[in-house]
Design a protein around this ligand. Structure first.
Ligand code: SF4
Ligand code: SF4
Length: 199
């Protein structure tokens, strides 16, 4: 089949002012300086005129839809909610999840993850693992401060990934509302309730 090539007309000729580049540079500097001095004035007077967060002393309360690093939901007895079905591993587009399933016959749990690793250096926080999970066992947290000097330390093991369910309440409730999961298991509450803050 013959391919028809469409040539898109572009504005190729620059005017003399555009060829100078100087007006555009001055305009950019004026905008940047304007923001800088407005923020400086707000900082000195204590009346902030723009949205400025004094990080790291101040933190933004991310919306519930925010996707940080994926974590594992930890039940009050310390066990992961994960049943090592492998669906998240299969759904992950960057192949950064690695699960070794195990059995716990004496606890009435057929399968659990003996090992559960996520290579965070490859994770793109897409949330597909969370979507694929039938157990609400892996969810996106708000953790984004993940800088490291080497790749080895970016491989998070099960113990590092486990976050108590109560700390993930907001995300779990958001997901249930999103997927309208009426039959979702209730969030178990621990004796000492932490704040509404999430991990
Ligand atoms: S968020 Fe995406 S890339 Fe990261 S582990 Fe989950 S599925 Fe993989
Ligand atoms: S999909 Fe959920 S239950 Fe299955 S292995 Fe992943 S985290 Fe565990």
């Amino acid at each position: 089949m013959a391919v028809r090539v469409v040539k898109v007309k572009r504005h190729e000729k620059l005017g003399w002012a555009e060829r100078l580049y100087l007006p555009a540079i001055v305009k950019g500097l004026a905008t940047t300086s304007g923001h800088f001095f407005r923020n400086l004035k707000g900082f000195i007077t204590g009346r902030r005129t723009a949205f400025v967060v004094q990080y790291p002393e101040e933190r933004v309360d991310y919306p519930d839809a925010f996707r940080g690093m994926p974590v594992l939901v930890q039940l009050p007895d310390g066990m992961p909610r994960c049943v090592a079905c492998g669906l998240c591993e299969f759904a992950c587009p960057t192949d950064c999840i690695s699960i070794v399933p195990g059995e716990l016959p004496d606890r009435g749990i057929e399968r659990y993850p003996e090992a559960f690793d996520i290579d965070i250096s490859r994770c793109m926080f897409c949330g597909l693992c969370e979507e694929a999970c039938p157990e609400e066992a892996i969810v996106m947290s708000r953790e984004v401060e993940l800088a490291s000097f080497d790749r080895e330390s970016m491989i998070f093991h099960k113990e590092q990934l486990l976050v108590p369910e109560a700390y993930l309440k907001r995300r779990l409730e958001f997901l249930r509302a999103e997927y309208e999961r009426e039959d979702a298991p209730p969030v178990r509450r621990e004796p000492q309730q932490p704040d509404a803050e999430q991990a």
